[in-house]
Write a protein that binds this ligand. Structure first.
Ligand SMILES: O=P(O)(O)OC[C@H]1C[C@H](OP(=O)(O)OP(=O)(O)O)[C@H](O)[C@@H]1O
Length: 274
């Protein structure tokens, strides 16, 4: 097999298995090529991944070594994507009562959701996470996108106990915006004790939902290493209970009366090494 043909196959495999350690013998056998040739192929691939601005290959030496694709969107590409997303969110037709925004169209676009997942993963690959945690419903597609690039499972917190979830742990929390007492439920078998997780959700207003998930995760003795939200609302009455989070978009001003929304890029670039 020619190097050019081999490189196509190897690159497809690497991009389909982000964060997974792939041994050189695996590629040698798969493509019937010497390890020295495979090693040269991987050097070429690594240069191209960085040229394309989508990450790099990490090499782990030794018998149990190999390579691992570390997703990382280059700053110019992520800034361009977030600028377009911020602009789309400035549509006054998205304004909902209570200062919420209609975002389900964006959450229904596989390519948009995948790119959002790639951006969060770019910021979280160094955290050695065991799982991505979200709460039903709108956070679910984003959590799967992030988890697919981190090569970890998704854990879904529910708002109501279901017989199909087995035995569960539940907590009550105040949903900041509506000042309503709500419940969060998580099946006992979803996380091992001391799991390192990130929390992902689509929107954060008062932060009550995120804070509820943190309380629930405390019951599992899980370690919340990061919190990621697609959009954060302006924090008017300074009621926000969550302070350490990564947001892609910030809704800087919602003027319901004059039907105006102003958005900016969130604090994402403060949390990502260039
Ligand atoms: O910061 P807070 O004031 O708590 O609000 C953020 C919540 C509210 C909204 O969820 P809902 O629309 O209530 O529920 P679902 O995701 O199931 O649509 C959003 O998806 C966040 O989870």
């Amino acid at each position: 097999m020619k190097r050019s043909d081999r490189l196509i196959g190897m690159t497809e495999y690497v991009l389909e298995h982000p964060m997974e350690l792939i041994s050189l013998p695996f590629f040698s056998e798969r493509y019937q090529a010497a390890k020295s040739s495979i090693s040269e192929d991987l050097t070429i691939m690594n240069q191209m991944l960085q040229h394309e601005g989508i990450g790099r290959l990490e090499s782990i030496s030794g018998a149990a070594g190999g390579v691992r694709y570390i997703p990382k969107v280059r700053t110019d590409k992520s800034r361009q994507f977030l600028s377009v997303l911020a602009e789309r969110l400035e549509d006054p037709a998205r304004i909902l009562p209570g200062g919420y925004l209609f975002m389900s169209d964006l959450l229904g676009e596989p390519q948009t959701v995948r790119e959002i997942g790639r951006l969060f993963a770019s910021a979280f690959t160094g955290l050695k996470l065991d799982a991505v945690v979200t709460v039903a419903t709108k956070g679910i597609p984003l959590a799967y996108a992030v988890a697919s690039f981190l090569n970890v499972p998704v854990v879904i917190v529910r708002r109501d106990p279901k017989i199909t979830e087995g035995s569960t742990v539940s907590i009550n929390y105040v949903s900041g915006s509506s000042k309503k007492i709500q419940t969060m439920v998580l099946t006992k078998r979803s996380l091992k004790q001391g799991a390192k997780v990130c929390i992902i959700d689509d929107f954060m207003k008062a932060g009550g939902t995120i804070d509820g998930m943190r309380s629930l995760l405390k019951e599992f003795e899980a370690e919340v290493k990061a919190i990621g939200v697609l959009a954060e609302a302006e924090d008017e009455e300074d009621e926000r209970v969550v302070t350490d989070y990564v947001s892609l978009i910030q809704i800087s001003h919602v003027d319901v009366k004059n039907q105006k929304i102003e958005t900016t890029i969130g604090n994402y670039f403060d949390h990502i090494q260039s």
